[in-house]
Design a binder for this molecule. Structure first.
Ligand SMILES: [Zn+2]
Length: 193
């Protein structure tokens, strides 16, 4: 089963940035994607593929690439959260609000990521937040044919979470949590068939 690991943002537009650590969201996502890919490389049934997007044609080009070229069953989009107030914190996994299956997957990712980082579950009781097209990430979540989750494990703008999050990248525990969530999602899918 093919799983697309989408690197959020691109070289020329790197998303969130933490000046204290000079850490951009894009560079974080690249390193994380490569770790997840390496952990899944030998898996007997999961075929991971890292997908990048370009500034042009942007989000729409990314969706076309996913739908007609990569054609995965599951898409895991890597992002980090960021906000003006440095106190903002927690983990959020977004999914298209009308996709029940994507919601199931979002709950799996939310559980693995909050379990590792001990972060607040921002998605609330449902463990995963549905978004509409206008919301951030909504276009990708809606128009990709595959099930799709957009993960924001922590706030890069929060000094405590940024430190912890970067440590979890360096020691490999974050990529392991993603990998466990991907494996659990695939098992879940197999059980539903
Ligand atoms: Zn982002």
């Amino acid at each position: 089963m093919k799983v697309a690991i989408v690197v959020g943002h691109c070289q020329r537009s790197q998303g969130a940035h933490n000046p204290r650590y000079d850490q951009s969201e894009y560079n974080f996502n690249v390193a994380l994607a490569n770790q997840i890919h390496a952990l899944l490389a030998d898996h007997p049934t999961i075929r991971p593929e890292i997908v990048y997007r370009k500034l042009n044609p942007g989000i729409r080009g990314l969706v076309r690439k996913l739908n007609y070229l990569v054609r995965p069953k599951l898409i895991v989009s890597l992002h980090l959260n960021s906000f003006g107030n440095p106190q903002a914190n927690g983990t959020e996994v977004l999914h298209w609000h009308r996709s029940k299956r994507s919601k199931e997957f979002a709950m799996i990712f939310e559980r693995h990521l909050t379990g590792l980082l001990r972060t607040r579950d921002r998605s609330g009781a449902a463990h995963a937040k549905g978004v509409s097209e206008e919301d951030r990430g909504g276009y990708v979540l809606r128009y990709t044919k595959a099930w799709c989750v957009l993960c924001e494990p922590f706030f890069l703008s929060n000094p405590v979470e940024a430190k912890k999050g970067m440590e979890s990248l360096d020691d490999g525990t974050l990529s392991q949590a993603y990998t466990d969530a991907i494996k659990e999602s695939v098992r879940y899918l197999g059980a539903k068939r």
